[in-house]
Ligand binder design. Sequence first.
Ligand SMILES: Cc1cc2nc3c(=O)[nH]c(=O)nc-3n(C[C@H](O)[C@H](O)[C@H](O)COP(=O)(O)O)c2cc1C
Length: 350
Amino acid sequence: MNVESSTTLLEDVILVHQALPEINLDEVSTQTTFLGKTLSAPLIIEAITGGHPETVKINATLAEVVEELKLGMGVGSQRAALENKDLEYTYSIVREKAPNAIIIANIGASQLVEGYGVKEVYKAIDMVKADAIAIHLNACQEAIQPEGNTRFKGVLNRIKEIIETVDKPVIVKEVGNGISRETAEKLVEVGVKYIDVAGLGGTNWVLVEKYRALNMGRRDLAEIAETFTHWGIPTAASIVEVRSVSKDITIIASGGIRTGLDIAKAIALGADIAGFALPALKWAIQGNLREKILKVIQELKMAMFLTASRNINELKRAKIVIKGVLREWLICRGININSYLSTGRARGFR
Ligand SMILES: Cc1cc2nc3c(=O)[nH]c(=O)nc-3n(C[C@H](O)[C@H](O)[C@H](O)COP(=O)(O)O)c2cc1C
């Protein structure tokens, strides 16, 4: 069953090959810092799971690998454990297995308007001794679910309250439909410093809900889902939309990131780090997560070598070409591509 969208538009980003990189492959460093810790590569495993006894093994596997490889990970929505203390262990296993890695707690924006506040956010953070809390925005998914919570009025104010009160970094993330320029502007205005774009091109909750609706015999809902299959902002477009709002925020590129080349393109386009969820889940189940992540990091390293980028800062300035639909998208959105590429996409860019 395919639950992935067809395009991130990263195929419209070309990293320009440098035949004379004047560096050695083994000099290339993928190291970076995120949330005050050093990562061996700009990669996190995105929020996936927790809340059911069967998820403990998956969370343990993900955590062991991120600890060993010096990466980071998010846990899935902690609502289940906030409502039932007995399920806390399905999340806290992550910190047990990864005492040093970056761990990101997770709650949903719609819970914030239902009454969750600073107290629940602290509980979620304490449960996994998190380095940060992610608040996910999933309006599209909720709208398509028969039991979905579509009350999103007031979310921004709740996010503002949390940022002003909680002493941990707050990441605002989508779940596969991307963050627009307008949304990023609102988030930056209330003090958000970390945005995870989770754009279109990877896990597609509309498709997931379509299959669920068909299983429930709800043809009507499945047809609505079908109509909205391609809804959202492709990951590559979302990275540029968000970066064009602020040079100072940290951008996590996710949504259809599948290879080290995708990570290199996302960073050269304006992101700081990247993340993926579905591949990590599949590899954890298959038992080859560690090898696959090492392969991804090697691909990133190779792309850096071939663009003459010794480190992640240099990758942020790598020469790129933006073509096709992504180019049209940016033109329609009033983003000046030449000035974006020459000075707009990274801090301290000249
Ligand atoms: C099985 C699964 C469960 C997920 N659960 C959550 C969640 O609880 N909270 C959340 O913020 N995002 C959740 N996500 C979304 C991911 O964190 C990520 O933003 C999105 O899947 C895009 O990445 P991908 O294309 O690499 O899967 C989930 C994704 C998957 C595949």
